[in-house]
Design a protein around this ligand. Sequence first.
Ligand code: TXA
Ligand code: MG
Length: 327
Amino acid sequence: STVPAATRRLDPDADGLAQAAALLRAGELVAFPTETVYGLGADATDPAAVARIFAAKERPRFNPLIAHLADGDAALAEGTFDDSAQRLAEAFWPGPLTLVVPAHAGTRVCDLARAGLPSVALRVPGHPIARALLSAVGRPVAAPSANRSGRVSPTRADHVLDDLAGRIAALLDGGDTPVGVESTVVACLGGVPRLLRPGGITRAALRDVLGFDPADPEAADADRPAGPGMLASHYAPRARVRLDVDAVGPGEALLLFGAGRPEGHEHARAVLNLSPAADLAEAASRLFGALRDLDASGAETIAVAPIPADGLGEAIRDRLARAAAPR
Ligand code: TXA
Ligand code: MG
């Protein structure tokens, strides 16, 4: 075995972007900011490069990756967009939406990135650094969140290095990612589009564009992979997570939202508030960093106060439920 090379931290200026693009084109791994979370990028057309993602993350190979593209035209070249997919792409790209569509026979996204599925997950991110990088690479870039598999997703450069230093060639440091939860994943594979993962685009926003509600992940459609990445336990900090608490136990860390205070809150080992003003967008942007910070307090358990389920609350509660799931 070889000693891993040091991971280079690159500034997102012209020189850093050129270096990052050159590394990706050479088959290396480069982490970069998107508006949702940091992605762990590799050339999606190169199976050897994509294999490095699965190795660095220790991610099971049955879980397919999202291919990131510089613009909608580049995305249209990889898959077949039905009427719903076209409308969603038009409304939300560039932005925190991933569309799972039937892959074109000639798609450049390799089989390994798609986990052998006949579909392909496509996303045009809105973050200016991601867009500049994707334009410079000129190929689809596969990018899962830049954390070790099953861990909390990274929303700042130091989170990436905590998990992946020495395992990746470089990291573009773009500061904090603004949305803070991953993209909404919608499958458009025939029939009613299915919401596979709630995320940065809310269910209500999807409904406004489609004119109807998206279907559940399990609903029948033409192709129907059962949302391979929807593993029950995910986004897990080291500590146990307890949801919707109305009382804090001894030694527990406490994650608050808004003005409510569970019983015994004054005895919590550590306390963070996702949004004192009860703003769900602010709460989403702070969620993963807060879980990492409360984990670092050494508490055995993170107790989480109730968070509303509307708007971005659906994605926040989804991530917390996975963090709380039995491992
Ligand atoms: O915001 C995001 O989406 C971030 C940033 C980096 O873009 N990426 C991300 O990737 O969250 P990842 O790999 O952590 O999540 C991708 C999700 C997984 O749940 C995976 O199972 C699903 O997309 N997915 C990918 N291809 C699919 C396919 N063909 N069919 C169904 N689900 C698919
Ligand atoms: Mg992930």
